[in-house]
Design a protein around this ligand. Structure first.
Ligand code: BES
Ligand code: MN
Ligand code: ZN
Length: 501
């Protein structure tokens, strides 16, 4: 699907579907009045019949026939202009593309609302991102004849209604914005694919191959360590989680270096449990069903590297993922085992289902010792407790550096990914005290997202660090806004946003 911008006025833009975003009551919008006049009052009649007030999520669609150059016209509520958040354009543009698909439209014009005039370049980028994400399909496993084709092949982002041409950025700048949106949406789609491909196919080795392909395409350095090399490095926690699986674990490390001297070195660590059965602390079927997605953190950091390179960010960026399966077998790690991490920490395993923190602990130690980054971010579908606390749409942010956490949260708001900070209350650390080792790997039921964070903090030591628990938003039970059903690619957009100037 092609996306571009257009400066054409809405009354003579030619399209199968024209989507117009309006703030507040459509009857008070100048552009709606103008379009309504061309339609001899049919548009506002429909708006009135539907009781549409211009709230977000509301829409009215009419067939315009020959009255306009656009065959169908759809008015979409954008909420009051004063509350407008540009990131909402991602959802709106994705919906516009889907609406076009339902009408069998080939060409869709998406007209930005007035609020977009604040920063038209940024709005264009977000709309382009959303349009591409609305076109995302995962039908690799569907029979040819059952693949639903998307009719929409051309999306134009119309800027004229938002800002008069005198104030508009140059066509060149807008084209750049569309390209950036495409780079980000491509990375998000890549992460979704990694998550959606079942664990039977998306093995540690397969993800390593995919990571190498991203590196080749974008000029990154790729390093993949097998079990023997990880053993030499002393990654006992990672390898013990991997022991029950017949598939060899892979430790993936990608490096992006900017052309000029980097301002900072940033490590992005992702949880890469390709399948989490729970191990001997076995999950029930209902809880295990979605556990191919337990590598969403790894998928996000690896896929995000494509966007990092395309956006030419000014930092040196490392993506690191310790990838393996958490399985049951005669070789598997057991309850009560005491295992040893790369930094020497000994851990009593009180729950084999608290495996992510073990693999992440070693990945963080590797980052700290081998990369020596200025900042460490980790992304993990780490705890069910996080979903109990914040619900399925919001990620938890835990950090040992409040200023860094605030900068990260700011990026998440700009990117339109919902995140909320939780306290790393050290009092809860009592839950992780072991009678025989340095730590236990699991606490009790209360404060589960926090004790998991405290566990990781032990490996981070004094490095400035932000932990992002994406157990909720990593997957979605249904298509909604820019999200598709299944993997959402959550975190990729915020990573890209954070690492830009
Ligand atoms: N991968 C799960 C967490 C998870 C659960 C992610 C549901 C997404 C949806 C993680 O490895 C896990 O099993 N955590 C345990 C920790 C507990 C044993 C301390 C949990 O949350 O129950
Ligand atoms: Mn688990
Ligand atoms: Zn897990």
């Amino acid at each position: 699907m092609k996306v571009r911008h257009t400066g054409s006025s809405l009354t003579d833009v030619s399209a199968d579907l024209l989507v117009v975003c309006v703030h507040g009551a459509p009857s008070r919008s100048e552009i709606v009045k103008e379009l309504d006049a061309a339609l001899e009052g049919r548009l506002l009649a429909r708006v009135k019949a539907l009781g549409m007030e211009g709230k977000p999520g509301e829409s009215a669609t009419v067939y315009s026939g020959d009255a306009l150059s656009a065959e169908h016209l759809r008015i979409v509520g954008a909420g009051p202009e004063k509350d407008f958040r540009p990131a909402a354009l991602k959802d709106m543009a994705a919906d516009a593309v889907r609406a076009g698909g339902k009408l069998g439209a080939k060409t869709v014009v998406f007209a930005l609302p007035a609020g977009a005039a604040q920063d038209l370049e940024r709005a264009t980028e977000l709309a382009a991102t959303g349009a591409q994400l609305g076109a995302y399909r995962f039908d690799k496993y569907r029979h040819q004849s059952k693949k639903p084709p998307l009719s929409v092949g051309d999306v134009q982002i119309a800027t004229a209604a938002a800002a008069p041409s005198s104030k508009a950025p140059t066509a060149r700048a807008l084209t750049g914005a569309v390209r950036r949106g495409e780079a980000i949406s491509q990375a998000v789609a890549q992460a979704r694919d990694f998550v959606n491909i079942p664990a039977g196919d998306m093995t540690p080795a397969k993800l390593a191959t995919e990571a190498r392909a991203i590196a080749r395409k974008h000029g990154l350095t790729a390093k993949v360590l097998g079990a023997a090399e990880c053993k030499r490095l002393g990654m006992g926690m990672f390898l013990d989680v991997a022991k029950g699986s017949a598939r060899e674990p892979k430790f993936i490390h990608l490096v992006y270096k900017p052309k000029s001297k980097p301002k900072k070195r940033v490590a992005l660590v992702g949880k890469g449990i390709m399948f989490d059965s729970g191990g001997y602390s076995l999950k029930p079927t209902s809880g295990m069903l979605e556990m191919k997605a337990d590598m969403s953190g790894a998928a996000a950091v690896i896929a995000a590297m494509g966007a990092v390179a395309a956006l030419k960010v000014p930092y040196e960026v490392h993506a690191i993922a310790a990838c393996c399966e958490n399985m049951i077998s005669g070789e598997a790690y057991k309850l009560g085992d005491v295992i040893k991490g790369m930094d020497g920490t000994t851990v009593e395993v009180t729950n084999t289902d608290a495996e992510g923190r073990l693999t992440l602990g070693d990945a963080i130690t590797y980052a700290r010792q081998k990369v020596k980054p200025d900042q460490i971010f980790d992304f993990a579908t780490l705890t069910g407790a996080c979903m109990v606390a914040l619900g399925p749409y919001t990620a938890a942010v835990l950090s040992n550096d409040d200023d860094l956490a605030e900068k990260w949260l700011e990026a998440s708001r700009a990117a339109g990914e919902d995140m909320w900070q939780m306290p790393l209350n050290t009092k809860l650390g009592e839950q992780l005290k072991s009678p025989i080792a340095d730590m236990k790997n699991a606490g009790d039921r209360f404060g589960g997202a926090i004790t998991a964070g405290l566990f990781l903090k032990n490996f981070v030591k004094d490095s400035p660090w932000v932990h992002v628990d994406i157990a909720g938003p990593a997957t979605s039970s249904r298509e909604q806004g820019a999200w598709s059903q299944g993997g959402t690619g959550f975190s990729v957009a915020t990573i890209a946003e954070y690492l830009r100037d």
